[in-house]
Design a protein around this ligand. Structure first.
Ligand SMILES: Nc1nc2c(ncn2[C@@H]2O[C@H](COP(=O)(O)OP(=O)(O)OP(=O)(O)O)[C@@H](O)[C@H]2O)c(=O)[nH]1
Ligand SMILES: [Mg+2]
Length: 400
């Protein structure tokens, strides 16, 4: 039998627990951990939601503004409001071979299910070869009505090793990499791909009518619903480069990339932005490169940044140096160095709300981002703050 004094102790204990929760719920980090969403925030104007105007514009690691999830958009996807909404001139860009079909279908299906069923952006598929009918039919079968699918072949000169490259030297470089077991060190097509992504994709005629792109690769994962339009977010906030994962580059693939970059900025100091992100890519004021880069298999970017004067001149310089073939320069360090040097650091945006995996790393959104996006990744499985990631450095750099 409970005695009266025992019941009193129980009441006091329950009261203390309740008070603790009440006080703790005021703390944003506590709310993040338990997925707290304030009451009365379950529905919102879908057009406003789609515009992304609800997004916090404060520090990038701050708690997100309390808005609802994508249910509203699912319900409203065929409404006039959504159909006639303001859009960016933007498209997904997918470079692929016919043999990448299954992986492409997998990535596109997720993009459709998580975002594009309401956003209705176009897809531009690019290939060094011609896309076959099966590739075209099966991709179109997944892409919803309202989005165009365009298929383009890449110009011979934009893809293949230029004639003026000294093949003997390039071959010696490849053999050295094979000896050193550098990933894709043997491969000429891989080098073509890296050079194309560095200097040519944004010049393809199928992209001429677009200002923004989202690069998508086969076999990636998109873990979360996206209930706002990241292209509009780029446009409205003046972002020029968006990323989710960052890491260190294999030094053996870029032995002379930084030396060439230093030569370029000595010749063209006018292109280096005064509020650049150099401290994120160099620990000694630009003397050496610390190998940090944004992982470019995911990019949401401004095509006009790559088409602009600074990047055009930088790419020309790198192209002449020949390192895409004599070494194995990746488009990831090339894009990242350019973004870090030629942009205002505030024009580079970490899309920490977009859950994404490209083997073997993933970014899984944390706290309220995860809850709102109905993400399907384990928040504990997150590369961001592991030793090989450069994201902690970014957060630290941006908080100064
Ligand atoms: N058309 C075409 N596309 C290619 C070729 N090589 C790579 N790609 C595409 O270029 C992108 C990058 O190639 P990946 O092989 O994924 O390179 P990676 O991401 O560094 O390496 P993985 O770990 O293999 O994914 C992908 O979208 C590929 O489909 C090629 O020879 N032709
Ligand atoms: Mg890949």
């Amino acid at each position: 039998m409970w005695s009266i004094p025992r019941l009193r102790y129980l009441g006091v204990a329950l009261g203390v627990i309740f008070l603790f929760h009440l006080l703790a719920s005021i703390s944003p980090s506590y709310r993040d951990r338990i997925g707290f969403l304030p009451s009365g925030q379950k529905s919102a104007d879908p057009a406003k939601l789609a515009s992304g105007s609800h997004l916090a514009s404060g520090p990038q690691d701050s708690t997100v503004a309390p808005v609802p999830n994508s249910e509203d958009l699912r319900a409203a996807k065929d409404s006039a409001e959504i159909k006639n909404r303001r859009k960016a001139r933007a498209a997904f860009v997918i470079l692929a071979r016919n043999s990448d079909l299954a992986g492409v279908l997998d990535s596109v299906k997720q993009m459709e299910d998580r975002f594009n069923y309401w956003a209705k952006y176009d897809y531009v598929f690019l290939n060094d070869d011609e896309f076959d009918d099966t590739f075209k039919e099966l991709t179109q079968n997944i892409i919803g009505p309202g989005s165009k699918a365009l298929y383009g072949q890449i110009d011979h000169d934009h893809w293949n090793q230029p004639k003026w490259i000294d093949e003997e030297r390039a071959k010696a470089g490849r053999e050295e990499m094979i000896r050193n077991q550098v990933i894709y060190g043997f491969s000429v097509p891989y080098r073509n791909m890296c050079r194309f992504n560095s200097g040519f994709f944004f010049r393809h005629k199928l992209l001429a009518d677009y200002d923004y792109y989202w690069r998508v690769e086969p076999n990636v994962k998109f873990f979360c619903d996206l209930a706002y339009d990241p292209f509009l977010s780029m446009m409205d906030n003046g972002y020029k480069y968006g990323w989710t994962l960052s890491l260190y580059e294999y030094e053996l693939t870029i032995p002379t990339l930084w030396a060439e970059t230093k030569k370029f900025i000595q010749d063209h100091p006018e292109y280096v932005h005064k509020n650049n992100a150099m401290p994120w890519i160099s620990d000694n004021g630009g003397e050496t490169y610390n190998l940090c880069h944004f992982w470019s298999n995911f990019e949401i970017g401004d095509l006009n940044f790559w088409r602009g004067e600074a990047y055009t001149a930088y790419f020309e310089h790198l192209e002449k140096a020949g390192g895409f073939y004599y070494e194995r320069w990746g488009d990831a360090p090339v894009h990242s160095i350019a973004a870090a040097l030629f942009l205002d650091k505030s024009e580079i945006h970490w899309f920490q709300d977009i859950g994404y995996r490209h083997e073997p790393f993933q970014h899984c959104p944390q706290g309220e981002y995860h809850t709102r996006g109905k993400c399907t990744c384990d928040p504990a499985d997150n590369f961001d703050f592991e030793g090989y990631s450069c994201t902690a450095r970014w957060v630290d750099f941006m908080s100064k």
